[in-house]
Design a protein around this ligand. Structure first.
Ligand SMILES: [Zn+2]
Length: 153
């Protein structure tokens, strides 16, 4: 389970996340907190993946109207011989899924039209990290694609 990052170059990288998220039924939160280790992990993976995009699911929970992002869940790459097994195996693990994160190998951190479509169908918070892949180029959006602030804790 150490390295299960998708590696193929896929312009519709978010498409494969559809179906893994729980939908976007109303779950109220007024603040987003992201664990500092998660931010670090996102930065590292974005840099390693460049110039390809990476995408992952966000694991989190809402307590007292604070949505805390606590983990990343990587979907198996299509090329992996263990892919089918892992997909079955992973389904029960992703019940705490709250949204997605992906990288943009450009300086544009704004959601594309394809991103907005995925955001509207899935999850309640979505992160995009653009070049130069640091905490200032990491943005959070709600399911309408409206930028929301977050705290690194
Ligand atoms: Zn995008």
């Amino acid at each position: 389970m150490a390295d299960r990052r998708p590696t193929e170059d896929n312009p519709g990288i978010l498409d494969k996340l559809i179906g893994y998220l729980l939908g976007n039924e109303k779950r109220n939160f007024r603040e987003v907190h992201i664990d500092a280790s998660i931010v670090e992990e996102i930065i590292c993976i974005a840099r390693e993946s460049h110039p390809k995009e990476f995408a992952a699911l966000l694991e989190g929970k809402i307590t007292d109207e604070i949505l805390t992002i606590q983990g990343l869940i990587f979907l198996p790459g299509k090329s992996s011989s263990q892919g089918a097994v892992m997909q079955t195996f992973m389904k029960p693990l992703i019940t705490g899924t709250v949204g997605s994160v992906h990288s943009h190998p450009t300086y544009n951190p704004h959601p594309s039209n394809a991103d907005l479509y995925v955001f509207s169908k899935n999850g309640i918070v979505h992160l995009i990290i653009a070049k130069p892949y640091d905490e200032y180029s990491l943005r959070a959006y709600d399911n309408r694609g409206i930028e929301i602030s977050y705290k690194i804790i």
